[in-house]
Design a protein around this ligand. Structure first.
Ligand code: 13P
Length: 290
C-alpha cells in the first residue's frame, strides 16, 4: 500500500499508536461511544476528544473509545495521540483490498490512525443485511491487522424466552468467533445491545435482571468459544443509556462498562455518564475482569 501524504509528525504519531500492546489496554472498565452517521465538523470533533481527555485524570483504570464517521478519524486520532482514548471505525470490508466499490479497508483505516473497529452492530445487521458469517470474516480481518474489535450482539425482542435468548447469543458469538484463536481475547470487547433498546426507535430499556441474565449467557457463549481466556473479554451494555439510568445497567449486572449513542453526543455529558457508572461499578460490583 502506498502511504498518502502525511507530515512526519503525523506518521510518527500514528505508528506509535498502532504499536501499543494489548496489555496497555487491559483496563478495568471500558466506555465507548458510537457516533453513527452524525455530521460534525473537524474542529468540534477535535474539541470532543480534548474534553474527554481532560477528564482522564479523574477516570482511573478506564479505557475509552470513540467511533466517529470515518472522515473524522484522522483528526481525532491525532488529537488523542498522547492519551489513552482509542479512535476507530464503525465499518470496513473483510478483504485486505480489491474491487469493492465504496468500501474501505482496515489498512486504510489504520493509515488514518484507527486503533479499534466495530462489527455486528444491530443497524449493520438489519439495514445492510450483515450476516453472522460476514461479521466473522470482518472480525478475522481486523484481528489479523492488529486492530482491537468491538463485537456487538443483541436480542431482537424485549421478552424473548430464555431458550431463545441462549440460542441467539450462542449463535451470534459462536459464528463471529469461529476460527478465531482464544489468544485474541485481549483484543476483543463484546457489547450487549438489545436491538429493541437502541436509538430513537427504542421500545424501552432492559431491567437490571434482564441485563444480568443476558450478560451471563454472553459470558457462557464466550467461554464455549474461548475457554478460560474468555474471562479477559470486557462485556459492555449499550442501548438507551443516559445520565440518571445507568445504575440499572451496571449495578451487579456483571458488565464491565457501557457503549453509548445519543447520550454521548455532548462530551461533557459522556464524561458525567462515565463518572456516574464508575461510582456504582467501583463500589458495588465485582465487575472488573481479573
Ligand atoms: P443509543 O445509546 O442512542 O440507544 O445507541 C446505542 C448504540 O447503538 C451504540 O452502538
Amino acid at each position: 500500500m502506498t502511504v498518502s501524504k502525511q507530515t512526519g509528525k503525523e506518521v510518527a504519531t500514528i505508528a506509535r499508536r498502532s504499536k501499543r500492546s494489548p496489555a496497555e489496554f487491559s483496563m478495568k472498565f471500558t466506555f465507548g461511544t458510537n457516533w453513527k452517521m452524525r455530521n460534525l465538523g473537524r474542529d468540534e470533533a477535535r474539541e470532543y476528544v480534548r474534553v474527554v481527555a481532560a477528564s482522564l485524570p479523574r477516570l482511573a483504570n478506564t479505557r475509552i473509545f470513540i467511533l466517529p464517521p470515518v472522515t473524522l478519524i484522522r483528526d481525532m486520532a491525532l488529537e488523542a495521540a498522547e492519551n489513552r482514548i482509542l479512535i476507530g471505525a464503525q465499518n470496513f470490508h473483510w478483504a485486505p483490498e480489491g474491487e469493492f466499490t465504496g468500501e474501505i479497508s482496515t489498512a486504510l483505516l489504520k493509515q488514518e490512525g484507527a486503533a479499534i473497529v466495530m462489527v455486528g452492530h444491530a443497524e449493520r445487521r438489519s439495514l445492510f443485511g450483515e450476516s453472522d458469517q460476514v461479521i466473522n470474516r470482518k472480525l478475522k480481518r481486523a484481528l489479523a491487522d492488529g486492530l482491537q474489535v468491538v463485537l456487538c450482539v443483541g436480542d431482537s425482542e424485549p421478552d424473548l424466552a430464555a431458550a431463545k435468548l441462549q440460542e441467539t447469543f450462542f449463535r451470534q458469538i459462536g459464528i463471529a468467533l469461529d476460527g478465531v484463536a482464544p489468544d485474541a481475547s485481549g483484543k476483543l470487547i463484546v457489547a450487549y445491545e438489545p436491538v429493541w433498546a437502541i436509538g430513537e426507535a427504542a421500545k424501552g430499556a432492559p431491567s437490571g435482571e434482564q441485563v444480568t441474565s443476558c450478560v451471563d449467557l454472553i459470558r457462557r457463549a464466550l467461554q464455549r468459544a474461548f475457554g478460560g481466556a474468555a474471562d479477559e473479554i470486557p462485556v459492555l451494555y449499550g442501548g438507551s443509556v443516559g445520565p440518571g439510568n445507568c445504575r440499572q445497567f451496571v449495578a451487579g449486572t456483571g458488565v464491565n462498562g457501557l457503549f453509548v449513542g445519543r447520550s454521548a453526543r455532548d462530551p461533557h455529558r459522556f464524561v458525567l455518564l462515565i463518572q456516574e457508572a464508575l461510582s456504582v461499578m467501583e463500589k458495588k460490583t465485582p465487575n472488573a475482569p481479573p
